[in-house]
Ligand binder design. Sequence first.
Ligand code: TRP
Length: 474
Amino acid sequence: MTDCQGDGEGASTPMELYERLGAQGDKVRSLKSAKAEKAEVDAAVQLLLKLKIDYKQMMGQDYKAGCPPSEEAAAPDNGPAAEGDEDTVDPWNVSTTNAKGVDYEKLIVKFGSSKIDKELVDRIEKVCGQKPHRFLRRGVFFSHRDMHQVLDAYEKHKSFYLYTGRGPSSEAMHVGHLIPFIFTKWLQDVFDIPLVIQLTDDEKYLWKDLTVEECHRFAIENAKDIIACGFDLNKTFIFSDLDYMGASPEFYRNVVKIQKHVTFNQVKGIFGFTDSDCIGKISFPAIQAAPSFSNSFPQIFGSRSDIQCLIPCAIDQDPYFRMTRDVAPRIGYPKPALLHSTFFPALQGAQTKMSASDANSSIFLTDTPKQIKNKINKHAFSGGKDTVEEHRKYGGNPDVDVSFMYLTFFLEDDEQLEKIRQDYTSGALLTGELKKILIETLQPMIAQHQERRKGVTEDIVKQFMTPRPLNFNL
Ligand code: TRP
């Protein structure tokens, strides 16, 4: 994982890395006491920071001087390592060696999508007549396909529908899972359009070591958290694949049409399937593609197959929709348009997205105010300096600081956020103070979510999940 990159700094064992951290710390201290040039001190501090990040990534815990790594604490990472400088982004893996996170500009080029630039954000504002959501203002949604086309049509009174989804792999959802739903709810409100939400319980059964019943139960439980985001019952249909595939002949017809137009070679190329993957996985992409076509939902759209679909999703879902867009014209349907978001970083740093299986990697929607406080104070990776004196003198680095990153997602006030960024960079604001702002932002947000979720009864879930007409003008 920490292969040598140019500067010959590679350390292959935790002990080597630990020793280099010690040496680098000494170097920073001696440069400072010798009053070395600022640029030289900065460079040494930067390297120290980078080593700390490497250490945390390798060991899953912070570097502490005087606490060498123990023998049994081997690298926890058993996933495929990122090769060299390349970021890995596909539906199952997200990793990078860069503390600032994945290089999204590069990803736009690699995936062949388009950047959501200022012009597009201004245009969305003009067309919907509302201040753009903070996720647009701040580049959380950063990439798109065909959004201009959607807006052109909308301006000519040709409407569209929204499609998003979730793979219900456990009961526990964390704040990162809410990003696409918070944004989709905003889109539904400002454009006043119908929405379908796919819960891929079938996908999770195929990929994880879970029973069909468990996956279906997680779908229903996750639906409650999704509904708690405030979706309009009159405009929203939520479905579990395990239920809807068998209930809708129209949906299944589209699935087989898609299946007929994609070869094994193509899905191997797009998803990396191998000869030993089960055939359920190989055909699953057709099931995630089908909701992109309006006639998969006759109860909502009748037999119309020409209604444009817009899919807000995290960029790791793009491979599914590249495939969908490739198939669409060949089966006589419009290509879905897309809005892509960045990943929500783990508390431990932006190298990876959060994992629902590691309780300390994220803030869960079920966390108590105390748990939120403790997790942030203990685990949120800091871009601050080691001591208050150093921090006051050199300032913190908001670009790698997870608490700051979380605030860019959840703090609504742009001016306040900018002030925090400046004060943290200058050293006026300390790490503890920054964390306190985040804690006080998240505690009420999560508490309110829990309140709303409590109000979501089994009956309300059933209503959202019943195939039925929705209320809209297209
Ligand atoms: N495959 C997605 C996941 O594992 C779930 C999903 C299905 C989805 N359809 C979608 C996500 C459409 C975004 C948009 O989370």
